[in-house]
Design a protein around this ligand. Structure first.
Ligand code: HEC
Length: 185
C-alpha cells in the first residue's frame, strides 16, 4: 500500500477509536438543549440576513436568501422533537408548560414550518432582483395578517402573500411562542 494511502487508513482508524472510546474522550455530541438553542440561533441569524436584504442594508442576493430561508424549513420541522421534555438548568424553555400544552406548542411550531415552506418556495423562484411582488404592501387577496391568523388557511392562501409579508408572519410566530414558552427573554 503506498504511503499516503496507508496514512489515510491509519488516521481513519484513529478517528474511529476516538469516536467509540466512550465518555470523557473527545467531543461529546451536542445535547438536545444545545441543539435547540443552536437551531434558534441559526434562525435568528437567518432572520437578520433576510431583514437586511429587504431593508436594503445588505445587497439582495438570491442564493443568500434561499440559504437563509432553508434554515427556517429545517429547524421549523424539528422544533417539536427538540422540545420533548428535557428540563435542564441551562435551558430557557418552560418545559413544564410545553408538556402541559403540548398540542398548542406543536401547532405554533407547525405554523412556523408551514410559513417557512411557502417562503422558501418563493425564495427558490426569486430572480436576480427583488421584484415588487415580493414586497410587503403589494396586494394580498383576502387580506394580510387576518389571513395569517385564520386557522383554516390553506397553502394556496399563503402562496398569494408576498414573501416579505410571509417573513413578518414568521417573525410573529417566533414572538408568539417565546411569550408563552421561553422563560427569560
Ligand atoms: C414553537 C416555539 C418557538 C418558536 C416557533 C420559536 N422559538 Fe425561539 N425559543 C423557544 C424556546 C422555548 C426557547 C428557549 C430554548 C432553551 O433555552 O432551551 C427559544 C430560544 C430562542 C433563542 C435563544 C437561543 C439561545 O439559547 O441563545 C433565540 C435567539 C430564538 N429562540 C430565536 C427564534 C427565532 C428567530 C424564531 C422564529 C424564526 C424562533 N425562535 C421561533 C421557542 C420557540
Amino acid at each position: 500500500m503506498p504511503k499516503p494511502q496507508f496514512l489515510a487508513v491509519v488516521s481513519a482508524v484513529v478517528v474511529l477509536l476516538q469516536m467509540t472510546s466512550g465518555p470523557g474522550s473527545g467531543a461529546q455530541p451536542p445535547s438536545t438543549v444545545e441543539r435547540r438553542q443552536q437551531a434558534m440561533k441559526d434562525m435568528a441569524a437567518a432572520a437578520k440576513t433576510i431583514a437586511a436584504m429587504f431593508s436594503g442594508d445588505v445587497a439582495y442576493d438570491k442564493t443568500g436568501l434561499q440559504e437563509a430561508a432553508s434554515a427556517f424549513v429545517l429547524h421549523g420541522s424539528e422544533l417539536s422533537t427538540l422540545f420533548a421534555g428535557h428540563a435542564r438548568s441551562e435551558s430557557e424553555a418552560d418545559d413544564q408548560r410545553i408538556a402541559a400544552e403540548r398540542k398548542e406548542f406543536d401547532e405554533i411550531a407547525a405554523g412556523l414550518e408551514e410559513l417557512a415552506l411557502v417562503f422558501y418556495r418563493k425564495a427558490a423562484r426569486a430572480g436576480d432582483v427583488l421584484t415588487p411582488d415580493m414586497r410587503m404592501g403589494s396586494s394580498v387577496p383576502g387580506g394580510g395578517s387576518l389571513l395569517g391568523a385564520r386557522p383554516s388557511r390553506t397553502e394556496a392562501d399563503l402562496s398569494a402573500i408576498p414573501a416579505e409579508h410571509l417573513f413578518h408572519m414568521m417573525l410573529e410566530t417566533c414572538t408568539t411562542c417565546h411569550s408563552k414558552y421561553r422563560l427569560r427573554k
